[in-house]
Structures are given as C-alpha cells and as structure tokens.
Design a protein around this ligand. Sequence first.
Ligand code: SPV
Ligand code: MG
Length: 431
Amino acid sequence: MKRVYTCFCTDVIHEGHLNIIKEARKYGDVIVGVLSDEAMVRYNRFPVVSFEERVQMVTEIEGVSDVVIQKDIMYDQIIKKLKPDYVIHGDNWKTGPMKAIRDNVISALKEYGGEIIDVPYTYNENVRRIDARIQEKLAMPEYRRKRLRQLIGMCPIVKTIEVHSGLTGLIAEKTVVEHNGELDQFDAMWISSLCDSTAKGKPDIELVDMTSRFRTIDDVMEVTTKPIIFDGDTGGLTEHFVYTVRSLERMGVSAIIIEDKTGLKKNSLFGTEVVQTQDSIEHFCEKITAGKKIQLTDDFMIIARIESLILEQGMEDALKRAFAYVEAGADGIMIHSRKKDPAEILEFCDLFREKNQNTPIVVVPSSFNSITEAELAQHGVNIVIYANQLTRSAFPAMEQTAKDILKYHRAQEVDSRLMPIKDIISLIEEL
Ligand code: SPV
Ligand code: MG
C-alpha cells in the first residue's frame, strides 16, 4: 500500500479538509500531520484550540490511518522521516508566500522520487465564513490579551512592529515574507508614544491624551488580531495609572510599558541633551504595584522600562532598578539605550539573566540596529520592538512626492513610485 501525506494547519475541519482526505485515499494510506503551536504561529494561524484537541479532531476523521506531529511549516524534515509516496495539498499553495512551502516539498520528494498532488482548493461561502469566524475570534479581547504571554512561551523572540493607525495595523497583521526558504511575519504590535504623537503632528511629551491614544488602539484593533503592547510613557500619576490599566485590560491590550521618568517626559532618544528626571525606585515601584493590584486577569502585563543607561546613570543602577521593579510585581523589564553599539544592552541582559532566568526582557534596537534577533535571543531577550521604522519610512516618501508635484506642476513624474489606484481601492477588504 502506498502512503500519502498531508498536513493540516487549522483549528476547524471543514469540507475543504475532508475533500483532501477523500482525494488522498485514492492513492493509499493517509497520514496527516498536525502542525505544532510554534509552527502555526509562524504561519499566521494563531491556534485557538489546543494542540491536543487538534490532534483529536484529525484522528476522528474517517479514512485517516495515522496522525503525526509536524514541527515546522517546511515539510523537509517530516518527509525525510516518513518517506511518503505522495504529498497532497490544496492548489492554493502554488502562488504567494505559500509557494516557498510547496518548493520545499518538491525538493524533499525529489530525493527519492516521491510525487506532489495539488487538488483544487475548496473555496466557497461556507469555508470563507468558517475562516472569517476564526479570525474574528482572535480579535476578541479575551483571545488577544493573553496572546502575548502565549507567544513569549512559543517564540525564540517576539517580533513587534510599531503601528499608529488602521493602515499600519494592516501592514503589521498581513505582511508575510519568504526569504531563504523561510516564511516570516510580525508577532505583535507596538503603539509607540513617539509615532502616535508624530502622526498627529504633536511632540512626544505626553501631550496626546489617553482618550486620543485609546482611539488609536481602537482603530488598530478594528482591523487586526495580533497582540498589542502599549507605550504608556511614565504612566502618569499613580492615581491615574490604575484607570489606564483597567481600560487597556478591558480593551484586550496585552501589555503596557511604563518608563521610570517623572515630570515633563521627553523622548528617550534625546538622552541627556534635554532635562529629564528619573523617578525614585520607591515611587516607581509603588506605581507598578498599584497597577498589578488593580488588574483583573492574569494575562495583562505591566512591563517596567529602565532609563538608567539613557540618562547615563550606569549599569549598576540599571540592574538595581530591574530587580526592584520585578520585586514590585513587574511582569517584564525593558532596557533602553541610545548607543549605536549594543554592548551595554547585552551586558545588562547577561547580568540580569545571571540572577533572573524567567522575567521577560524587552529591547528597542532603534540606535543599536546592527544586532540581529537571533543574537538578542541568545542574550535572553524575549521581545524586540521595531519602534518607529514604519513612520520613518512613510514620512520621507510622502514629503518627496509633495515636493515633486510642486516642482513639476503635475503628478505624472511621481506616478511610478505610487501604489496603483486599482491596488489601493482593493487594499481594504469589505465585509
Ligand atoms: C516610542 O516608540 O515612543 C518609545 C521608544 O518610547 S523610544 O522612542 O526609543 O524612546
Ligand atoms: Mg515612547
């Protein structure tokens, strides 16, 4: 009997999957791989049911001979192990980022003469509705809120990109790239105070009020499912901070990061060029503890951001504060630097990890941008935030277009750089 392999990356079995099994049975015994949680995340299918339940679901399908775990979105390892005569899949993987997976299957099968079978992908109203419902579920506060903690447990490093509108939210949600045979995408979103303020033409000094910041979160949430980390600046007065925590938690935000500064906050990337005052350890700890006391779920995270390196207070001060903030209840530590060289950040991470192996570490490599995600992960970093790059890429592009239209007194010269009209009008899907 020949052996046919297929892999499911789904929380729900629908007629499309059953059709694949039906087709597969024509060729031999059917072995189904269930994609692990870690691999599902890489595939933009965050699991809403547990791995065990997904295995159970597949085991119960009539005609399935065996169920195995597939730990990677690429099939080469599992194909090497199982040596199936055929691999069967919907033909939707012939184009787009999924083509990289199909290419990987083809080269693995080539080793021993296995064959690929592409069956027409089932795409009807019923299947579309099931897919849409899963996406909508992921957008709900109770699913979205806990997703950051889940990701920290699943990913070597949680890749986070700045968003400040529905449109940038869509970029964070949907951008998938294939590079060197790997698929990748962002895991989470950062609502930066700098970029949220800049988008409104305002300075980053806690001038844009919470109501407006929440409006930005709402715009992003309307069109995305990925978890949100909110830049809470100093957190304001402790008496106000507790209300902020409650509101964010209710909305389904996963974490707030507050920095240990007091008085008029300026952006950290100014460093010591402007007057900035660091809060006392005692006072900042009180704020953290008050926030932790008020939250209602175990999912929401309060992450304490240490400004000691920015304000040139030294490594010892940074570490002392980190341990104190964890003691006060912080669920994570963000360490910031504006040096080009990542050395002080790595030193902090190594020294912190000597004493604390579990508390998540967050970094924002805007200045020390040569460091890779893998290197950061090796030093114990759990979350990397690309805090302002979308804003910084959009602004010069828009400014150049404005200049060129003024220069040529028409828009023809800029047109080749622009998104085609037909693409922009179909960029946003209608319900
Ligand atoms: C932000 O993005 O607003 C931040 C990070 O707080 S930084 O600008 O580097 O201070
Ligand atoms: Mg900020």
